[in-house]
Design a protein around this ligand. Structure first.
Ligand code: C2E
Ligand code: MG
Ligand code: MG
Ligand code: MG
Length: 283
């Protein structure tokens, strides 16, 4: 296969490939082991109404306890996607979150809970049936859940993806378009898909203070979202300048280390009164 690259390159290529395959296998084995030992834990990060400074949603983020390889969530999610374990992981997350949401009455947990869905999970033939069973099992109100999906979900079969989104919506779930601005960001998706929220990727938020072009694009995404009836969400807000600027731009919701880092839910709920980012709303 790589023969035409020439001898030297070929050797390096094979070594690199060998190394990559070994890395994949090591991580895959650790994931299988972690699933067996229930070594995953759910963290939650608040998402705020920017003007009021109050929590509206919490996003569920997977964490690996005593993670033997010390790899990031993004890295092990990528390997789980490539090796097919992601479906089991996402189902485990959904089951745990639904059970938790059912237990917590809306008084204690008055927020929407956002769950990330990988492309494979979103496209799985079994997803809808699985969710119907889960809703029945825990008796939860689907409107308390928002699924976050990325543009990858739409690249190869738009019509099929649209049908899947419509079915989730019919069941009463909310849908967020995650990481907007990173890949294809086709306007076609925004016009044709009934999303509830649009999450602007952190890589844009990072640059709104220093880069005029980024600021202009973000401001227009916010205005466009509003005109289309979607809520805009800014990801990865790390400083007060970004927060203020996003507020001026009319961004609805925001999430980031400035306000709160992901944490076990007990920590967040115990913190309740302090969870508010602003004591006085911005008017
Ligand atoms: P995402 O869905 O875009 O989640 C937001 C990521 O940004 C999280 O990383 C969060 O910790 C991080 N973040 C939030 N605010 C800030 C900030 O102010 N600064 C910085 N530097 N980072 C911030 P995390 O938890 O490492 O997750 C990475 C990605 O892994 C997620 O990106 C999501 O795509 C995926 N993921 C996490 N949990 C799950 C899961 O249960 N299922 C699936 N399929 N994917 C998941
Ligand atoms: Mg997300
Ligand atoms: Mg995101
Ligand atoms: Mg992401």
């Amino acid at each position: 296969k790589a023969k035409s690259l020439g001898k030297g390159l070929n050797v390096n290529y094979e070594v690199a490939l060998q190394y990559e395959v070994e890395r994949l296998i090591t991580i895959e084995n650790a994931i299988v082991e972690a699933l067996k030992r229930s070594a995953f834990k759910l963290y939650y990060q608040p998402i705020y109404d920017m003007r009021a400074g109050k929590v509206v949603t919490v996003e569920v983020l997977l964490r690996w306890q005593d993670n033997p390889l010390e790899i990031s969530t993004q890295d092990f999610i990528n390997v789980a996607e490539r090796t097919g374990h992601i479906l089991e992981i996402d189902e485990w997350v959904i089951d745990n979150v639904f059970q938790f949401v059912a237990k917590m009455k809306t008084k204690v947990l008055p927020y929407t809970v956002a769950i990330n869905l990988s492309v494979q999970t979103f496209k799985s033939e079994k997803l809808i049936e699985f969710l119907e069973d889960e809703v029945a099992k825990y008796g939860i109100e689907p409107s308390r859940i928002a699924f976050e999906i990325t543009e990858y979900s739409f690249i190869d079969d738009f019509d099929k993806a649209k049908t899947a989104v419509m079915r989730l919506k019919q069941m009463g779930f909310r849908i967020s378009l995650d990481d907007f601005g990173t890949r294809f960001s086709s306007l076609n998706y925004l016009v044709k898909m009934p999303f509830d929220l649009l999450k602007i990727d952190k890589s844009y938020i990072d640059q709104i203070v220093d880069e005029t072009a980024h600021a202009i694009v973000v401001e227009h995404i916010i205005q466009m979202s509003r005109a289309l009836g979607l809520k805009s969400v800014a990801e990865g807000i790390e400083d007060e300048c970004q927060y203020q600027q996003l507020c001026r731009m009319g961004c609805d919701f925001g999430q980031g280390f400035l306000m709160a880092k992901p944490a076990p839910i007990e920590e967040l709920i115990n913190l309740e009164p302090q969870l508010d980012y602003r004591k006085t709303p911005i008017v």
